[in-house]
Design a protein around this ligand. Structure first.
Ligand SMILES: [Zn+2]
Length: 335
């Protein structure tokens, strides 16, 4: 029900990247569950190691263009990583990036991304088997069809769902994205694909919706491609968040009934999140617990298995958001 392995740790500082994604959110959430009076002694009944199932190029090609996949596996990998993590400013100088302090080569981030897709895929399969699974990783929802974006090299959710569809294990799916940032990559890649329905509740303004709608060549910016249900929340409207979400879930239910739901469960709407671009949405810990339980119970009532992914969550406190939800839900799910 919980997939967590030490080997999944992703400390961007190891690569010289100065973005506050801390390994601590997974490790501290896990430790909190181990310390729980009911869950701690029964760890074997809820904890699974990441099995590391292989994800190959053919899997990537179900969500990404062949040109992009060729660049990732060829000489342009480092360039793609630098662009995806926005590590150079407009004049080409390093931006929140100090190559001299790196302890690991940048190109390893592709292996990390593949490993994350593998975790998401395993999480989906576990959810199909047991009804609920939470992977302590994944949710890289900004990756687009033709390129990585916003720290996301690969769209793990779409790759995993389409692999399951290819194997005949899933026909229809929902992606419920409650990260602070719009699930733009997922919406764009699945546009026109009625077998994957998307809901995104996110900051109405700010990144990635503060970019121009068209680039210099007049091509549309895929971040503006709508999800099936988009729920933009303006700054200061946090009091309406839970009502908006409830209404959006009902609209989603009117579109289809899926075999599986993936919940992109970002903790970055938290009022104590430390990434500057999340500042326009500031939910309290209590509101975030209500958010997660609303999604959980909505899916439970309909008998839809759900695979949950950590997605965004930055700084020292983001673990609190994940831990409180799992402390509420896991004890109910023990046999
Ligand atoms: Zn986010």
């Amino acid at each position: 029900m919980v997939i967590y392995s030490d080997a999944d740790r992703l400390e961007l500082l190891d690569y010289g990247i100065q973005i506050p994604v801390y390994d601590s959110r997974a490790r501290r959430t896990f430790q909190r569950l181990l310390d729980h009076p009911v869950l701690g002694p029964r760890r074997a009944e809820w904890h699974l190691a990441h099995g590391g199932q292989q994800i190959d190029r053919a899997d990537l090609l179900r969500a990404h263009s062949s040109e992009y996949v060729a660049r990732l596996y060829g000489g342009a990998l480092e360039q793609e990583i630098i662009r995806t993590f926005e590590l150079r400013d407009e004049s080409g100088r390093p931006y929140r990036y100090d190559p001299a302090s790196a302890r690991r080569p940048l190109r390893e981030l592709l292996e990390q991304a593949l490993r994350m897709v593998s975790g998401t895929y395993q999480c989906c399969r576990q959810a199909l088997a047991g009804g609920f699974c939470y992977y302590f990783g994944g949710g890289t929802h900004h990756a687009q069809y033709e390129a990585g974006k916003g720290f996301c090299l690969l769209n793990d959710t779409v790759i995993a769902l389409r692999k399951l569809q290819d194997r005949g294990e899933v026909r229809n799916a929902w992606v419920i994205d409650v990260d602070a940032h719009k699930g733009d990559g997922t919406a764009a890649i699945t546009r026109g694909d009625a077998s994957i329905r998307t809901l995104s509740i996110h900051m109405a303004h700010g990144w990635p919706l503060d970019e121009p709608e068209h680039d210099a060549q007049g091509r549309p910016n895929p971040s503006f491609i709508p999800s099936d249900v988009d729920l933009p929340v303006a700054a200061g409207e946090e009091g309406r968040y839970l009502d908006l979400l409830a209404g959006g879930l009902e609209r989603l239910a009117g579109l289809s009934l899926p075999d599986l739901a993936v919940v992109v469960d970002g903790a970055d709407p938290y009022e104590h999140d430390e990434l500057p671009s999340t500042g326009l949405l500031r939910l309290s810990l209590a509101q975030l617990l209500s958010r997660d339980l609303a999604v959980y119970e909505f899916l439970q009532r309909r008998g839809v298995p759900s695979a949950w992914l950590m997605s965004g969550g930055y700084g020292e406190k983001s673990w609190e958001v994940y831990a409180q939800f799992l402390e509420a839900v896991l004890p109910r799910r023990l046999p």
